[in-house]
Design a protein around this ligand. Structure first.
Ligand SMILES: C[S@@+](CC[C@H](N)C(=O)[O-])C[C@H]1O[C@@H](n2cnc3c(N)ncnc32)[C@H](O)[C@@H]1O
Length: 451
């Protein structure tokens, strides 16, 4: 058992930085084993996600105050300095003395007693500089001559992502997007209209002391803010009144526009956020085939179907590239494609460091292959919705343009929705997070106009 949030954060960060474990998985596993108060759980979570997200900025502080560069420091010491600087630079509620003393303690308890004086010295030097700091001269020193590196140091993103955003959005919007991705994510609910109404859920949540606001233009969406506690304990969860789903993702099934009684294929369905939405929109009539190659994730589709008390979904574990049946048999197909998730960087602290231009390219090839395959399942006159939670064109526009260039029997069927400013002239729905205040998304509806 570990009841020290900083020591636990150190252990988790070591798993993330040195063994490559996903931050959310390492955090969940360790929090489950630990015996922490609610306050200390929150602090551990903040420290882990904060240090992972701000790694580049924290390294820049080490580079600025130590003689050796961050990557030359002993790996455990670097983690301890990240934790210390994160508290000093980003967490105003933690007294500086507590940040320094606990970091020194961390060095001593983790086999780095000989370097505890160095930890103390570097953090006190930071505080001395901070005292001297004049307004408009931030303590984090920026290399003004290179804009991408300046932004990278300040907002902690890799160069290749910043370069793309700068080209696409310009400086002002890029900064807004960086700031947006560096905040903690909000939680949106999608109300199960077959069980209850949005007003009822809103009232019940407010009675339970939760801050909640309806989201404009989306009839089933509510946004929660502030302290929420365990999701499973919120009113209506066990009764299947709602699911957690970001507002952007809720647009996908509305744009698919499934009709009662139809045959729908959800090609990459797990864990079932959109599959269950489709079933709800179809009044739970008709047939929904939900495929996914990940067996354990597909189980969640079944669990969600049971909790929401739906019955029209049939699941099948499959790599869809290997399915030979289903030719021209579906009224509508949803391809919610595997993607880099570059529109949801605020949700996964380490995602910005895991992806590379190379792996976006590889994903793009897989997406093109999945689109060719799933298009064969649609009846003449039927629809296919292609969606991703990335804002990278290689995974979005490029895939669709290439598909249309050699499939003349398909065209874009531009959706009419109340939020018309997110529909481009080509008919794509593109959500930029900092503009619409929701996850970044790309959605397009295609129609098979002839056989
Ligand atoms: C974006 S996620 C789907 C999210 C889901 N639609 C939802 O709303 O909950 C993409 C999914 O594609 C699945 N996948 C990737 N390649 C696949 C393939 N070749 N065949 C079937 N499923 C695949 C992954 O296992 C993953 O669950």
């Amino acid at each position: 058992m570990n009841d020290n949030p900083r020591q636990l954060a150190f252990i988790i960060l070591r798993e993330v930085e040195r063994r490559g474990v996903y931050a959310d998985i390492a955090l969940d596993e360790n929090l489950r084993k630990a015996d922490l108060s609610k306050v200390n759980r929150r602090l551990t979570t903040e420290l882990v996600y904060g240090c992972v997200r701000r790694r580049r900025s924290l390294d820049a502080l080490i580079d600025q105050f130590a003689q050796k560069k961050s990557h030359q420091q002993p790996p455990d010491l670097r983690i301890i300095l990240h934790l210390g600087f994160y508290q000093l630079y980003y967490l105003s509620q933690i007294p500086a003395s507590a940040a320094v003393n606990t970091s020194v303690e961390l060095a001593k308890t983790n086999g780095l007693s000989g370097l505890s004086g160095f930890v103390n010295g570097i953090m006190r030097e930071y505080l001395r500089q901070q005292e001297k700091q004049i307004q408009n001269h931030p303590i984090l020193r920026l290399e003004d001559e290179n804009l991408i590196q300046t932004l990278g140091t300040l907002y902690s993103f890799p160069d290749w992502i910043l370069e793309y955003w700068l080209n696409k959005l310009g400086l002002e919007e890029t900064e807004k997007l960086c700031q947006w991705f560096n905040q903690s994510p909000t939680i949106d609910l999608r109300i199960n209209a077959l069980k209850t109404s949005r007003d009822t859920v809103e009232t019940e949540l407010k009675l339970a002391g939760i801050n909640v606001t309806p989201i404009p233009h989306l009839p089933q969406a509510l946004r929660l803010s502030g302290s929420i506690g365990e999701i499973q304990n919120l009113p209506g969860y066990r009764q299947g009144w709602w699911s957690i789903q970001d507002s952007s993702a809720q647009w996908v099934s509305h744009i698919l526009n499934p009709q009662p009684g139809e045959i729908i294929i959800d090609a990459c369905a797990a864990p079932g956020g959109k599959t269950t939405h489709i079933a709800e929109l179809m009044q739970d009539t008709g047939t929904i085939l939900a495929f996914d190659r990940a067996k354990s994730r597909l189980k969640k589709v079944q669990q969600n179907q049971e909790r929401l008390q739906l019955k029209s979904i049939t699941t099948q574990v499959a790599d869809i590239r290997e399915l030979s049946e289903y030719n021209s048999c579906a009224d509508r197909v949803l391809l919610d494609a595997p993607c880099s998730g570059l529109g949801t960087l605020h949700r996964r602290a380490d995602a910005r460091w895991r992806h590379t231009e190379q792996n976006v390219q590889e994903l793009s090839e897989l997406q093109a292959e999945l689109l060719e395959k799933t298009a064969t399942w649609v009846k003449p006159g039927g629809y296919l919705v292609y969606a991703t939670c990335t804002i990278h064109p290689l995974e979005n526009e490029t895939i669709i343009q290439s598909f249309l260039s050699h499939n003349s029997n398909w065209e874009i069927n531009s959706p009419t929705i109340p939020l018309q400013d997110v529909i481009t002239s080509e008919g794509y729905l593109k959500v930029w997070p900092h503009r619409q205040n929701m996850d970044g998304f790309f959605i397009v509806r295609l129609q098979r106009i002839s056989s």
